[in-house]
Ligand binder design. Structure first.
Ligand code: C2E
Ligand code: MG
Ligand code: MG
Ligand code: MG
Length: 278
């Protein structure tokens, strides 16, 4: 019957698509509804001053609680959000959520630290990032220096004039800026001094392989560049005491990694701050 042949065609089509494509398409469909369904959650990972033993900042990281698949990693859904443009409303939501949460910690005297949010390249294309940041700060009442934007080298270098212009406006507002995953973007170092950045975040690949002489040399030089350009430095992905000792010996004191703390939901951070503040 015609009904059967239709079914056959569909299953042939089905076979031609690999499982990855099927999952991607279904995630994309669900991602479009995720904001409205309140399926996103923010977790916060501490940045730790390893000499003073205090939390000096937090990084906000997105989690998607999918109704069927459970928690989905940003490594899987951020690329879909970027391709579809959904990353823009999602990041706007993050900005309001994170500023509001940080203001609550501040008012309750739980913590007064800057919280950083990761920015995709898309955020610098529409031109309204500044207005949205300003609105999130105003609505929450949070002081601008308690908000930090993490950008990558490729964002900074791709459309440098426009990005630098937007970052300068944000910096004038008092917002902090850091260069994430530093050292992996093959950026031309010659422009680094022209990007308004407070902090270089050394990518975790260097920390993971820091026993290798060559990686140690790169870490050491990133720390020197940061110091010479009056930037702060944060080591990402710190997991062992050996790594901590090495980083300290090279002059890096602020670290972020599983050794000090994993990304945590809001309800765990109150207790965490009680136990980990001077
Ligand atoms: P990232 O910004 O470099 O964030 C650091 C990632 O390293 C986080 O993964 C964190 O959980 C992980 N990490 C921290 N310490 C350690 C460690 O000691 N060992 C290991 N193995 N991993 C560690 P996560 O949360 O899965 O995020 C992955 C990436 O997804 C982020 O890398 C960032 O590029 C992106 N991302 C996450 N949330 C957002 C967001 O809200 N917006 C955008 N645009 N991107 C986001
Ligand atoms: Mg980051
Ligand atoms: Mg990073
Ligand atoms: Mg990364």
């Amino acid at each position: 019957t015609s009904k059967d042949s239709g079914k056959n065609k569909f299953s042939v089509f089905d076979l031609e698509m690999n499982r990855h494509q099927v999952r991607r398409m279904s995630l994309e469909k669900d991602l479009r509804k995720a904001l409205a369904r309140s399926e996103f959650m923010v977790v916060y990972q501490p940045k730790w001053d390893s000499l003073l033993n205090v939390t000096v900042g937090l990084e906000a990281l997105l989690r998607w609680r999918h109704p069927e698949h459970g928690i989905i990693s940003p490594a899987e859904f951020i690329p879909i959000a970027e391709e579809t443009g959904l990353i823009v409303p999602i990041t706007y939501w993050m900005l309001h959520e994170v500023c509001g949460q940080n203001m609550l910690w501040h008012k309750a005297k739980v913590a007064s630290v800057a919280v950083s949010i990761n920015m995709s390249a898309r955020m610098f294309e529409g031109g309204s990032l500044y207005e949205v940041v300003e609105e999130a700060l105003m609505r929450s009442g949070l002081a601008a220096h308690f908000l930090e934007l993490e950008i990558t080298e490729s964002i900074a270098m791709n459309n440098m004039e426009e990005t630098v212009a937007q970052l300068s406006k944000l910096r004038n507002l008092g917002v902090r800026v850091s260069l994430d995953d530093f050292g992996t973007g093959f950026s031309s170092l010659g422009n680094l001094d022209e990007i308004p950045v407070n902090t270089l975040k050394i990518d975790q690949v260097f920390i993971r392989k820091s026993k290798m002489h060559s990686k140690k040399a790169i870490i050491s030089n990133i720390i020197a560049i940061a110091s010479n350009l009056n930037m702060e430095v944060v080591a990402e992905g710190v997991e062992t005491t050996e790594q901590i000792e090495l980083l300290q010996s090279l002059g890096c004191r602020v670290m972020q990694g599983f050794y000090y703390g994993r990304p945590m939901p809001v309800n765990e951070l109150g207790q965490w701050f009680i136990e980990n503040t001077a």
